[in-house]
Design a protein around this ligand. Structure first.
Ligand SMILES: Cc1ncc(COP(=O)(O)O)c(C=O)c1O
Length: 372
């Protein structure tokens, strides 16, 4: 399979480890390994100290799968498959569709949720998020109008990367009803789930409310542990998970042994880690509201409902590409232009999970004021 370059990842590869102010990172401030080990229970510390670096169980360490299942209401260990998040998107798409199938995917979103099905020869329709009275929204009738006889898969991503949009429970149920009516599978990327600013905004996982649903989650965003490379799929359809597991024999076979134990430690401390990340996010969102309010003629700040990113609108005269270029070369600061999400280039992504965000934001605001 020939696949198009992953533009967002290539952009990050160019700058992520070279520039000082990464104002667009989608993860939360990374935890140190020592912080994680200090939180560990005696049992997981024992696993860590006596870890033999053998191959591991392909579907994931049983205690890890159990820890993952406990994040949900009624998910069982058998309904969990562990691998790298991006790998799971790749594996799932290979198995969920065939060439010429029609796929509907939310847009904007993380590029691999579009690119893989396109590379597999599927026909792709984008279901566009819209701005309604200054807030991101979904248009359910638009979804219905996109459905065709050969629609096999609907791909959603809530909380959404890059907008921070999340629908209401009722809207999610409407999406499920449409899929159910037409016998369509839903792949739901829930990588930013658990980062809801109001607990009542937390949606049930698609894997618990739809028998033909498969959900992706992981430790990279909500748990501030992208370096572990631990993610998982959950689904009631265990036959499908078995099929994906067989495919994994051709990608990584099994997970990294040290990462699995560190992941078990993280899941034991899920509430504390998530609260720590929400605290950073709430602080940075308040900061954004205050500072973007100084430049209403240049930026429309659009607060996220959940997650660690936002997608404000740029209203300045300088084209977005020039703005990004001047920020990188003159200030050592990176934002991600909207075009990398195949969205009109008058939006840009900001990452709200890093502790140095307030400092980066001041540099950003001074720079755009000076250009005005
Ligand atoms: C929506 C979404 N899904 C999946 C991923 C992939 O996660 P990972 O980079 O940990 O493999 C990302 C990463 O940015 C993402 O934003």
């Amino acid at each position: 399979m020939k696949i198009q370059p992953f533009e967002l990842e290539r952009y990050f590869a160019k700058y992520e480890f070279k520039i000082e102010h990464l104002m667009s990172a989608s993860d939360c401030e990374g935890l140190y390994i020592q912080e994680l080990i200090a939180m560990a229970s005696p049992q997981s510390l024992d696993l860590w100290n006596n870890l033999k670096l053998n191959y591991t169980e392909s579907a994931g360490h049983p205690l890890l799968r159990q820890g993952i299942a406990s994040l949900y209401s009624e998910t069982t260990v058998e309904q969990v498959l562990v691998a790298v998040p991006e790998e799971l998107i790749f594996i799932a798409m290979q198995n969920l569709v065939n060439p010429k199938d029609h796929v509907i995917a939310i847009s904007p979103t993380y590029q691999s949720l579009h690119s893989i099905v396109e590379s597999l020869g599927c026909e792709l329709s984008l279901w566009q998020l819209v701005l309604h009275e200054g807030e991101w929204a979904i248009d359910i009738p638009q979804l219905e109008s996109l459905i065709k006889k050969n629609t096999k898969l609907i791909i959603i991503n809530f909380p959404n990367n890059p907008t921070g949009f999340s629908p209401t429970k009722k809207e999610l149920e409407e999406i499920v009803q449409i899929a159910q009516k037409h016998g369509i599978t839903i792949f739901s990327d829930e990588m930013y789930r658990l980062l809801e600013f109001r607990i009542e905004d937390r949606l049930p996982s698609i894997s618990e409310i739809y028998e033909n649903g498969i959900a992706l989650s992981g430790l990279s965003k909500s748990f501030a542990l992208p370096g572990l490379r631990v993610g998982w799929l959950t689904s009631k359809n265990t036959k499908l998970l078995d099929q994906l597991l067989e495919y994994k024999d051709y990608t990584t076979i099994c997970n990294s042994a040290p990462s699995e134990i560190l992941a078990i430690m993280a899941l034991e401390n899920a509430d504390g880690i998530i609260e720590r990340n929400l605290e950073i996010l709430r602080h940075n969102i308040e900061h954004s509201k205050k500072y973007f309010a100084q430049v209403p003629h240049l930026v429309d700040w659009i607060a996220p409902k959940a997650g660690s990113i936002a997608f404000p609108k740029w209203k300045g005269k300088k084209p977005m590409d020039q703005l990004c270029e001047s920020l990188i070369t003159e200030k050592g600061l990176m934002i991600v232009p909207g075009k990398l999400f195949h969205f009109p280039n008058d939006h840009f992504r900001v990452g709200l999970g890093r502790k140095n965000y307030p400092e980066s934001l001041s540099i950003f605001i001074d720079h755009i004021k000076s250009m005005d």
